[in-house]
Design a protein around this ligand. Structure first.
Ligand SMILES: Nc1ncnc2c1ncn2[C@@H]1O[C@H](COP(=O)(O)OP(=O)(O)OP(=O)(O)O)[C@@H](O)[C@H]1O
Length: 269
């Protein structure tokens, strides 16, 4: 592996007067025990845009993404310092109600993980836990979220059948529907298509392109073509550092940092 200078970075910033920022991190560090795996990442994610995080295996993409809605809280040895700003609030403070915050910042994981329940129950599970009781409201929510996730036509007649009977691609779109049932502002997706075949991947990508109208999306992907296809902005991570962050087109055609250039052109390492 070439030795890249981790102090030389090119990070795009936005003027909040011109471009609303949905979420940002300021000098974010993540430690597992004594090992620092995210080393001071400051990024701004614009509202209603798709931002991708790319980088080689172990560069810290998932660790960073998981920090954004405090999923690293679940890992005992993990410690996160720095600010995560959402609506003027640092949500990395201990006093934050994480359960409440995750209503606004939802997450979809790499492997489709529907509950062993019906399609309908998968979507209504969290809203019911948060107090929604009216059957009509729940029915409408199921229809709207499945439509937004691009799954309604395929499952509208089998809503009360097990979600586990769906194909992998359908299960992943159900997980996206389940995440948006809480009407979050921001959707975090950790390699949502890596376990899917190319056709299902393409359907999920189309779904994300549609969702962009209503949600700010941050996606980790191993697949550079996918980042190039779907995202407006791309961040390149290397050894726990965001080395470059810019418009996706720029990252793939005229990157400012040598490591990014090597990575996107396949000459990395
Ligand atoms: N729960 C954990 N405990 C200890 N170390 C961890 C944990 N999770 C990740 N790490 C370490 O942190 C580093 C970054 O891992 P991370 O999964 O964030 O990278 P990544 O870029 O998402 O990799 P991949 O593309 O392979 O998923 C790696 O060295 C990994 O071994």
């Amino acid at each position: 592996m070439k030795d890249y200078d981790l102090t030389k970075t090119a990070i795009k910033t936005f003027d909040p007067e011109v471009q609303e920022i949905a979420l940002s991190t300021d000098d974010l560090h993540v430690f597992y025990g004594s090992k620092e795996q995210i080393k001071g990442v400051s990024l701004q994610f614009p509202r209603y845009q798709i931002s991708s995080i790319i980088g080689s295996s172990g560069s810290g993409k998932s660790t960073y993404l998981r920090s954004l809605n405090r999923m690293n809280d679940e890992i005992q040895i993990a410690r996160v310092t720095g600010k995560i700003m959402y609506r003027g609030l640092d949500i990395n403070q201990p006093k934050i109600d994480v359960f409440e915050m995750r209503k606004h910042i939802g997450m979809v994981f790499q492997r489709p993980n529907p509950f062993a329940k019906s399609i309908y129950d998968n979507i209504t599970f969290a809203p019911i836990r948060h107090g929604v009781k009216d059957k009509k409201v729940l029915d409408q929510l199921v229809e709207t979220t499945l439509q937004q996730a691009g799954l309604w036509k395929e499952v509208k007649d089998t809503l009360h059948k097990s979600a586990l009977a769906l194909s992998g691609g359908q299960q992943q779109r159900l997980c996206i529907a389940r995440a948006i049932a809480m009407k979050p502002d921001i959707l975090l997706l950790d390699e949502p298509a890596s376990a899917l075949d190319p056709i299902s991947t393409s359907v999920v990508e189309d779904t994300l392109a549609q969702l962009k109208a209503h949600y700010t999306i941050i996606i980790v992907t191993h697949n550079m073509q996918q980042a190039a296809r779907i995202s407006d902005y791309t961040a390149f991570f290397h050894q726990g550092v965001a080395l470059e962050y810019a418009e996706t087109k720029r990252i793939f055609t005229k990157p400012a940092i040598q490591a990014t250039d090597d990575y996107v052109s396949g000459h990395f390492g």
